[in-house]
Design a protein around this ligand. Structure first.
Ligand code: CP
Length: 322
């Protein structure tokens, strides 16, 4: 069976821990797992499809594929037939015969699901409107490095609580057994279905979930404080209105004073100093955002290795209708 990574909960708690363990190993020995090279590799090329702009995700996947002995093929928005001249399913059925893994940053989660349904090679969500699960693997790796075992730690996320990062914090954090607190204004809170899925995971792992409009309720005593831009891709015209709406959810020195004294600060970047996070905090001693950015590379390499090893090796061809 081919394993895909479209949403944080595609990994069980034990599988998530395995990926993070492997990421720590690969950080020390970057070339230890050449899954895209040598006799054992079915194929060497990995398709990296980007329908939206990216710095970290694009570079970390490209570098990561190269470290694993493979060849990254970056396909930018409008470079292929996908989305205008050819369906997602037909694209998947072509790509799976040529590449070892498909990594896709796109808009609709349903598109990723359609790609995965038609592909016998792993499909990885490199950010969708709904989730950013690869970012969360890097975040969890960073927390583990700075705070130790994840289970039992409290993470507070402030800001746009209806965006993809908030949903992924809920799902990945609860999978790791963390106490996840999410704070945002009324109307910008996570969907009930996401909260329910996170609570289900938390019941399994000993974690917990709190969703509130009160930033201080989320922040008090937190071990980790996280935020994200208030203006996601495609929302640029709403910048002024959204900045006013989220103003009391900024991560500044006053917010950090409520968290644990040794709390660390995460931001997936790019950051807008003076909006969701102050310069004093992101450039201060509690910030671990540069480690977090670097860990995209190590976490995604571990994910690609894990998915390749966990998936049935693709055959070179298949009969029509198979
Ligand atoms: N955090 C993140 O996904 O960065 P990019 O948009 O630059 O890839």
């Amino acid at each position: 069976m081919t394993r895909h990574f479209l949403v944080d909960t595609d990994l069980t708690p034990a599988e998530q821990a395995e990926v993070l363990d492997l990421a720590l190993e690969l950080k020390v020995k970057p070339y230890a797992e050449a899954v895209y090279a040598g006799e054992g590799a079915a194929r060497r090329t990995v398709a990296l499809i980007f329908d939206k702009t990216s710095t970290r995700t694009r570079v970390s996947f490209a570098a990561g594929v190269a470290d694993l002995g493979g060849v990254p093929l970056v396909i930018g928005s409008g470079d292929s037939q996908l989305g205008h001249k050819e369906s997602i399913t037909d694209t998947a059925r072509v790509l799976e015969r040529m590449v070892a893994t498909i990594v896709w940053r796109t808009y609709a989660q349903s598109g990723l699901e359609e790609m995965a349904a038609a592909s016998r090679v792993p499909v990885i969500n490199a950010l969708s409107d709904d989730y950013h699960p690869c970012q969360l693997l890097a975040d969890l790796l960073t927390i583990r490095e700075h705070k130790g075992p994840l289970a039992g730690l409290t993470l507070a996320y402030l800001g746009d609580a209806a965006n993809n990062m908030a949903s992924s914090y809920l799902l990945a954090g609860s999978t790791a057994g963390m106490h996840v607190r999410i704070a945002g204004p009324e109307g910008f809170l996570p969907a009930e279905s996401i909260i329910a899925a996170a609570r289900l995971r938390a019941a399994e792992t000993g974690g917990s979930v709190l969703v509130t409009t009160d930033p201080s309720e989320a922040l008090t005593g937190a071990d980790v404080v996280a935020t994200d831009t208030w203006v996601s891709m495609g929302q640029e015209d709403e910048k002024a209105a959204r900045s006013e709406l989220f103003r009391t959810y900024g991560v500044d020195a006053a917010a950090m004073a409520l968290a644990a004294a040794d709390a660390v600060v995460l931001h997936c970047l790019p950051a807008y100093r003076g909006y969701e996070i102050s310069a004093e905090v992101i450039d201060g001693p509690q910030s671990v955002v540069w480690d977090e950015a670097e860990n995209r590379l190590h976490a995604q390499k571990a994910l690609m290795v894990w998915l390749m090893k966990s998936s049935r090796a693709p055959r070179t061809s298949r009969k029509d209708g198979e």
